[in-house]
Design a binder for this molecule. Structure first.
Ligand SMILES: NC(=O)c1ccc[n+]([C@@H]2O[C@H](COP(=O)([O-])OP(=O)(O)OC[C@H]3O[C@@H](n4cnc5c(N)ncnc54)[C@H](OP(=O)(O)O)[C@@H]3O)[C@@H](O)[C@H]2O)c1
Length: 203
């Protein structure tokens, strides 16, 4: 699959390493593709990876991961609205100071035909790098359209080493964000640390 990764920091870089191993073609969309850290990351990922402007990366991707600051989301979505049309877009950004942690309303108003998923936002990036706890894969709760693109999401989440748990359509976005709030309440509020994740038990 061709994946555009907007942002090459903790989240973008970590998920890119997993998806490169799975054989995907990765295109980082960044403000400065020549930045030494970006170039170094691209080199470590091998021949399937490249870096370009945000617009060029979006054009080349079937899937677009947003791993940029939450405050930059609305502008980035609005500026690239047409190119995002119809693509699978993954909102991993948390707009900590904003009215909402997620950017679903910006996707809905600027690019309503994009298939927006809320995923990879509920844990610290360390748990994307190492999702195994005592040999068990952490669950990753996510939401978005219940179409054929859902199986793409399951695959991308599984390739990171996490167990995908679909919690419903886009109307469940606040529920997914509340899992992040629980993660913060335990990890930070109760000092359990960042190497913390959740698992659904059932019988
Ligand atoms: N850190 C975590 O554990 C974690 C976990 C889940 C979700 N998130 C969310 O994921 C997003 C990325 O977090 P991160 O920890 O990966 O951040 P990070 O390491 O600081 O990386 C941010 C990336 O976004 C780019 N960027 C900064 N400002 C931008 C702008 N105005 N327009 C476009 N690109 C811009 C940066 O590029 P430059 O090099 O050009 O500055 C960098 O590539 C945030 O929304 C965060 O809330 C973080």
């Amino acid at each position: 699959m061709k994946i555009a990764i907007l942002g090459s920091g903790n989240v973008g870089g970590t998920l890119a390493k997993k998806w490169a191993k799975a054989g995907h073609t990765l295109s980082f969309g960044v403000r400065n593709p020549q930045k030494p850290e970006v170039q170094q990351l691209v080199r470590t990922l091998g021949s399937g990876a490249s870096a370009s402007s945000i617009a060029t990366a979006i054009d080349s991707g079937e899937v677009v991961l947003f791993a940029i600051p939450g405050g930059a989301m609305e502008q980035t979505i609005a500026s690239n609205a047409k190119a995002l049309d119809g693509k699978i877009v993954i909102d991993a950004a948390n707009n900590m100071g904003g009215a909402s942690l997620n950017s679903f309303s910006a996707f809905a108003s600027h690019t309503p035909a994009a298939r927006a998923y809320r995923a990879f936002n509920i844990y610290g990036w360390e748990n994307f790098e190492n999702p195994a706890f005592d040999g068990m894969s952490a669950d990753l709760f996510y939401c978005g359209p219940d179409g054929e693109s859902r199986s793409t999401m399951d695959k991308l989440i599984s390739e990171v080493g996490l167990n995908p748990v679909y919690v419903g359509g886009p109307q469940q976005v606040e529920l997914v964000d509340n899992v992040l709030k629980l993660w913060f309440a335990l990890g930070s509020g109760q000092h359990m640390g960042r190497h913390l994740a959740f698992k659904v038990l059932k019988r």
